[in-house]
Ligand binder design. Structure first.
Ligand SMILES: [Fe+2]
Ligand SMILES: [Fe+2]
Length: 201
């Protein structure tokens, strides 16, 4: 274990207050983009299952369960949106995941380790943001987000465990690299407000 007992211990910065203020003023976009994130989390887990199928039985089992949970979250967000009369509409993706992936190693097994480390950061940030938002939200949404934070915290631990099993000695160095890139994306200026955006001025 690399000493990351909680998702916050992996992250190099907290969500800026300014992002929380923007989120509270844009709860429709928050929920629509959140729904997209859950769907993408399932798709990402499944694409890893296909790409690294034959070699990693533990990866198959862990990510299959994770993908099912993410689709369950997607359905929960959609139900809440329906209840609140929030119409689903297309939204561009945040730059976040694509920008993290720009730093991927090109060769295996380092590439797999990087993909799993990125997965851990995305889950850890989701967890941190759900917890940061919850005290400011209405009771229904707050309860929902506190529950999701617990699930994403497990997912963060799952991805880190798989990264350790994928077996290179440079895991700590890669975590260090992605922690810096991730924190810059979260604390820097961004064009559009999204669940994983930086600060929109
Ligand atoms: Fe989720
Ligand atoms: Fe998750």
């Amino acid at each position: 274990m690399h000493g990351f007992s909680d998702s916050n211990s992996l992250l190099a910065c907290h969500t800026p207050e300014k992002w929380i203020e923007t989120a509270l003023r844009n709860q429709d976009i928050l929920l629509i983009d959140h729904a997209n994130c859950e769907k993408k989390a399932a798709a990402t887990a499944m694409s890893l299952m296909f790409r690294y199928g034959e070699r990693h039985l533990e990866l198959q089992e862990t990510l299959s369960r994770l993908a099912r949970e993410e689709l369950g979250h997607f359905e929960q967000v959609m139900r809440l949106m329906k209840k609140r009369d929030i119409r689903y509409r297309p939204l561009s993706a945040a730059r976040y995941a694509d920008d993290l992936r720009k730093h991927l190693h090109k060769h295996e097994p380092e590439r797999l380790v990087d993909l799993l480390v990125i997965g851990a950061f995305i889950e850890a940030r989701s967890c941190e943001r759900f917890r940061a938002l919850a005290p400011h939200l209405d009771a229904e949404l707050a309860d929902f987000y506190v529950g999701l934070a617990a699930a994403e915290s497990r997912h963060f631990a799952d991805y880190l465990r798989l990264a350790r099993c994928a077996g290179t000695c440079e895991l700590a160095a890669r975590i260090h690299v992605f922690a810096k890139v991730e924190a810059d994306l979260i604390s820097g200026a961004d064009n559009d407000f999204r669940f994983h955006s930086g600060v929109v001025f």
